[in-house]
Design a protein around this ligand. Structure first.
Ligand SMILES: Nc1ncnc2c1ncn2[C@@H]1O[C@H](COP(=O)(O)OP(=O)(O)OP(=O)(O)O)[C@@H](O)[C@H]1O
Ligand SMILES: O=C(O)C1=C[C@@H](O)[C@@H](O)[C@H](O)C1
Ligand SMILES: [Mg+2]
Length: 174
C-alpha cells in the first residue's frame, strides 16, 4: 500500500465540491469507515448546521468542529470529510496535516456554479450573499486550501470518476 494510504484521508475544499458525496464513495472503495464532520457536529449538538449558526453563532460551530476533528484525526483507516470552513482554523490544518493525508478537491468556479442550487438552502455561510460575494469568498478561501498533500482536479468528473482520480493521484504521488 502506498505511503498516502497508510493514514486516514481528510478531504478538503470549498462548500459543495463533493467532499461528503465523494468521501462516502471513496470510503466504500477502500473499505474504510466514513466520517463527515458536519454530520458529527449536527449529531452531537442535535441541530442542523443552519440552526447552530442561527442560535449559537459561527464561533460555537467552529469550536465544536475543531474538537471533533482533533478527536477523529488520530484514528486509522478513515475517510474524513470536513466542512468547507474547517481549514480556516490554523490548529485544524496542523492536526490534519500531521496525522492524515490531506486531499484537496479542486473544482473551478465555473463548474462550481452548477452546485450552487443544490446547496444554497443548507449552507448558512451562503445566505444573504450576492453571487459576487460568494465568488469573493470562493477566492478568499483558496489560500486556506493551499494546505494539502495532494490536489485532485474534479472538473468534468462524476462522483465515481472523482473517486478513481483520487485513487490514481494518491498512488502516483508516492
Ligand atoms: N462530481 C460531482 N458531480 C455532480 N454533482 C456532484 C458531484 N459531487 C457532488 N455533487 C453534488 O453536489 C452537491 C454538494 O455535494 P456535497 O454535499 O458532497 O459537497 P461538500 O463538499 O460536502 O459540501 P460542504 O462543504 O458544504 O459540506 C450534492 O448535491 C452532490 O450530489
Ligand atoms: O464553508 C463553510 O464555512 C461551511 C461549510 C459547511 O460544510 C459547514 O461546515 C458549514 O455550513 C460552514
Ligand atoms: Mg459536506
Amino acid at each position: 500500500m502506498g505511503r498516502h494510504l497508510e493514514q486516514s484521508i481528510v478531504l478538503i475544499g470549498f462548500m459543495g465540491v463533493g467532499k461528503t458525496s465523494v468521501g462516502k464513495s471513496l470510503a466504500e472503495k477502500l473499505n474504510w469507515k466514513f466520517i463527515d464532520t458536519d454530520e458529527e457536529i449536527e449529531k452531537e449538538l442535535n441541530l442542523p448546521a443552519t440552526e447552530i449558526f442561527r442560535t449559537f453563532g459561527e464561533k460555537v460551530f467552529r469550536a465544536k468542529e475543531k474538537e471533533v476533528i482533533e478527536r477523529i484525526s488520530h484514528e486509522k483507516n478513515k475517510v474524513i470529510s470536513v466542512g468547507g470552513g474547517a481549514f480556516l482554523q490554523k490548529e485544524v490544518r496542523a492536526i490534519c496535516l500531521e496525522n492524515c493525508t490531506v486531499v484537496l478537491l479542486d473544482l473551478s468556479w465555473d463548474h462550481w456554479l452548477d452546485r450552487l442550487p443544490l446547496i444554497i438552502e443548507t449552507r448558512p455561510v451562503l445566505h444573504n450573499r450576492s453571487l459576487d460575494d460568494i465568488q469573493q469568498l470562493y477566492e478568499e478561501r483558496k489560500s486556506t486550501y493551499n494546505y494539502h498533500h495532494v490536489k485532485v482536479d474534479i472538473d468534468e468528473r462524476s462522483i465515481e470518476e472523482a473517486v478513481d482520480q483520487i485513487m490514481n493521484d494518491l498512488t502516483a504521488a508516492n
